[in-house]
Design a protein around this ligand. Structure first.
Ligand code: DLL
Length: 438
């Protein structure tokens, strides 16, 4: 049965018109907060954007420039802080690859609004205060651990702050405390399942009923695989540290795309090249504006994530629109000998094949002047045999299926289960060593 509303039922079912009025009023507040930061003052005042009351409709948001990850780095450490330091209670940061971290600050009210949003999300996914919640996400500067932790406590779940790793202990905790809901990256859920055969705990000793997964892109087939292997329901949780972290969008019990909580964020989808808005149903870059955050308001933040707004309303009745599964990032597209390939396309092909196991890796390197794509995949224990003819046939089948999907014929390597690197946090599946291998 659909459960509504952790605290504010009217906000989850709010008619669109009222929701947009609420957004406009909160947008004005966000702009006035932004104008207190050094960064936005320098950016917006020269453009004559100095009066929140001049925003007459949500369309007016389009006159405000985008904010990018690079801007957050430029503003490091305090350029985007909109409140006095004494009002802040926590920061989260992500280091990325270039060195300077991006930092988001939170006031007490920010933490409480975020926790409410996560509690609302968990409730929409059918969790209750009777659930025992084992949080296997990393705690620390990364938002995955603490974000869900506070929200689950807010809902009244019993939280086990396990963090990732130490698989034997994870199973012991699950068994001893009768864990019913877990939170992990999808790759860690698959890795854990592979480890189940090595411990003295069997699936029937466990009380698991749901997993919340997120933090990294994953296909519908990965979800299905986790659901089938574990015999549980899997819910997709989307978020990014710049927008708090987990809980920006979350699936309800329909499990048909995460609702993006529009009382807290304004959603836009743009063409990443022309920067023009795209209509519902069309895939483009997700752009988000915070509506409730006090300490670090962000206007039109370019997430780099590729998705679309699902045009149909959800049968659950919530009016907050759903987004489609993240297809990839504008910056993770590989160009291999001129052909555009998203890692998600490769994953989709692999995960649809019953012979393929729970882990894979994509390697791109130079071979002379050309790019060479190698797809390494584990096969299921049943399939792994010494009969080279069987393995050759499987290798060929994978190669053909991949060629049909991505128009490139990769080298396919098959591996025994447990051979490829396993990930406790976000999986790093793409190894692009073209520069090094020139
Ligand atoms: O990964 C926040 C999070 C933690 C979300 C735990 C969900 C669960 P960042 O480290 O800033 O924050 O990374 C954000 O991860 O822009 C996406 O590219 C990717 N991502 C996060 N969740 C999903 C998801 C956290 N459900 C970046 N599906 C985002 C696909 C996801 N990609």
């Amino acid at each position: 049965m659909t459960q509504y509303a952790f605290k504010e039922k009217e906000l989850e079912l709010i008619p669109r018109e009222q929701l947009e009025e609420l957004q406009l009023s909160r947008l004005k507040t966000t702009l006035s907060r932004a104008l207190k930061t050094d960064f936005y003052r320098q950016r917006l005042l020269p453009l004559g954007i100095d009066n929140p009351e001049a925003l007459h409709s949500l369309e007016d948001l389009r006159n405000i420039p985008f904010t990018t990850k690079e801007d957050l780095r430029i503003a490091f450490p305090y350029g985007l802080l909109a409140v006095p330091l004494e009002e802040t209670v926590r920061l989260h940061a992500s280091s990325g690859t270039t060195g300077t971290p991006t930092v988001i600050y939170h006031t007490k009210r920010d933490i409480s609004a975020w926790s409410d949003l996560v509690a609302r999300s968990l409730m929409a996914a059918g969790c209750t205060k009777r659930d025992v919640f084992q949080n296997m996400m990393t705690y620390g500067l990364f938002t995955g651990g603490l974000g869900l932790h506070y929200g689950a406590e807010e809902l009244g779940m019993l939280v086990i702050p396990a963090g990732p790793g130490n698989t034997i202990r994870q199973f012991k905790l699950m068994k001893d405390f009768k864990t019913t809901v877990v939170h992990a990256t999808p790759s860690y859920m698959l890795h854990l399942y592979d480890k189940l055969s090595e411990v003295e705990v069997s699936r029937s000793d466990l009380h698991l009923r749901k997993a919340i997964v997120g933090g990294e892109p994953h296909s519908e087939d990965i979800r299905r695989k986790i659901e089938e292997l574990w015999g549980i329901e899997v819910y997709n949780c989307y978020g990014l540290s710049e927008m708090n972290g987990p809980g920006v969008a979350f699936e309800c019990i329909e499990r048909s795309g995460p609702h993006l909580w529009e009382d807290s964020y304004i959603v836009e989808i743009i063409d990443p090249h022309t920067l023009e808005p795209l209509p519902p149903g069309e895939t483009g870059e997700l752009v988000l504006t915070t509506l409730r955050r006090e300490a670090t308001p962000l206007l039109r933040y370019r997430t780099r994530d590729l998705t679309s707004i699902l045009p149909d309303p959800c049968p659950c009745g919530r009016t907050h629109r759903r987004i489609s599964r993240i297809k990839g990032r504008t910056d993770d597209m590989l160009i291999i000998n001129g052909v555009n390939v998203f890692p998600s396309q490769i994953e989709e092909v692999l995960m649809r094949m019953k012979e393929v196991g729970n882990n894979y890796q994509i390697v791109v390197e130079k071979s002379g002047a050309l790019d060479k794509l190698t797809v390494k995949t584990e096969v299921t224990p049943e399939i792994f045999s010494d009969d080279a003819r069987d393995l050759n046939a499987i290798r060929e089948k994978i190669r053909e299926n991949l060629k049909a999907s991505i128009s490139i014929s990769p080298v396919v390597e098959l591996h025994e289960p447990g051979i490829l690197p396993a990930w406790e946090g976000k999986a790093k599946r793409v190894i692009d060593i073209r520069e090094k291998s020139v």
